[in-house]
Design a protein around this ligand. Structure first.
Ligand SMILES: Cc1ncc(COP(=O)(O)O)c(C=O)c1O
Length: 389
């Protein structure tokens, strides 16, 4: 007799990113679908990893992460957010931001609990909740600003609500939370005793002189929060899969119990390298300006196409509407553009569990100027050829 699996995630298939990337390769398309930079990362940081390996730093590091790196992070957090974080008790290095979010959810959730999730949502949130036997209660962000309607949040809170996930700057829309959102969040979490999972992997990718409102800035919110970050997004090294979680010591103690018997510890040489490199402020303080230039360059190039940009204030994503061009669903339009214009994107409907189809596609602009130019030219030629017919 063979054993059988009762799937913990019966409704999960291949992700849209895998699907669109495969379609992109098949069609020799420019891939603006998946969110990763196609330019080189900092050579000095690469050298520091090589040095760490050559110096023999190749064994397990501390379960909570290299202390020197946690100390560096604590200093950085104080500089940026004037928050005193104890590196020993309140920071844990994780194998990426996604893992930090998963571990935080696993730490707090019991079967039957509910978690408020805003849609469109980063694709790991809902499976991470469901694998813990809990339910994601979804609320759509208001189209086309993708802002939070706090009255809807109030309506969806129940005695089972355990947590709320906030993501700012937001993937896939590039929206950011404002001081009014912080006030509304404060009211809700205080009234109902709810945890906050704050996904801040794009903390530095913020444009137009906007400020990133980190939960780390608000001691009363931080008391109830797991705040999650990714080195991959800061240093253009998504393949390193290294991140961290910041939480008050009582929450972190429980977080570490879950982490201890899962990854236990993370890649060592990259932590040694980062513990030195983190002292340099310029690489992260200049990131917003660097990516804003890319966003603006992409905007300029895309003016040659009939696609309409939606505002983006952060992250490295830009949404474009094709509402005036086609009746096709987002999914079909994205496939059609990959096959015919040879440019891969992601349909925003893929970030919803509920059905939504506003006729918008997500483009990643964390690419070399030549890549952005090539994509815009291909789109321009494709749409021009349609007009000539
Ligand atoms: C909103 C959001 N959270 C988390 C992550 C994951 O970060 P990491 O690659 O460090 O797991 C991503 C990556 O795309 C993201 O967009």
């Amino acid at each position: 007799m063979n054993p059988t699996i009762h799937s913990k995630l019966p409704n999960v298939g291949t992700t849209i990113f895998t699907l669109m990337s495969a379609l992109s390769v098949k069609n020799n398309a420019v891939n603006l679908g998946q969110g990763f930079p196609d330019f080189s990362m900092n050579a000095e940081l690469v050298q520091l990893v090589t040095d760490a390996m050559r110096q023999g730093n190749n064994q397990y590091v501390h379960m909570c992460g290299l202390l020197e790196l946690r100390e560096g992070l604590s200093k950085k957090i104080f500089d940026l957010y004037q928050s005193n974080i104890n590196p020993d008790a309140e920071i844990t290095i994780t194998p990426g931001g996604t893992y930090a979010i998963y571990t935080a959810l696993t730490t707090i959730l019991q079967p039957g609990d509910e978690v408020i999730v805003f849609e469109p949502a980063y694709d790991s949130y809902i499976p991470n909740i469901e694998i813990n036997g809990a339910t994601a209660v979804t609320i759509s962000l208001e189209y086309p600003t993708y802002t939070i309607n706090w009255e809807k949040v109030q309506e969806k809170i129940s005695p089972k609500t355990k947590a709320i996930i906030i993501n700012s700057p937001h993937n896939p829309t590039g929206s950011i939370i404002k001081e009014t959102d912080i006030q509304a969040l404060r009211k809700i979490v205080n009234q109902y005793g709810i945890f906050i999972i704050s996904d801040e992997v794009y903390e530095h990718l913020i444009f137009d002189q906007q400020q990133h409102l980190s939960i780390l800035k608000y001691p009363d919110l931080l008391e109830k929060a797991f705040v999650c970050f990714s080195f991959g997004k800061v240093y253009h090294c998504t393949g390193w899969k290294l991140g961290y979680c910041v939480a008050p010591s009582d929450l972190m103690k429980e977080f570490r119990k879950v982490h201890q018997f899962n990854a236990f510890s993370c890649n060592g040489p990259t932590q040694f390298a980062l513990s030195t490199f983190i002292e340099q402020k310029e690489p992260y303080t200049s990131l917003g300006t660097f990516l804003q230039k890319k966003r603006d360059c992409f905007h300029q190039l895309m003016k040659q196409t009939p696609l309409t940009p939606l505002p983006t204030f952060g992250s490295y994503f830009q949404l474009y509407s094709y509402e005036n061009i086609s009746e096709l669903s987002e999914y079909d339009f994205a496939i059609m553009l990959t096959e015919r214009a040879k440019v891969a994107t992601i349909p925003v409907s893929a970030f919803y569990k509920s059905t939504a189809d506003h006729k918008v596609l997500r483009f990643c602009f964390a690419k070399k100027e030549a890549t952005l130019e090539e994509a815009a030219n291909r789109l321009k030629n494709y749409f021009n050829a349609l007009e000539d017919k």
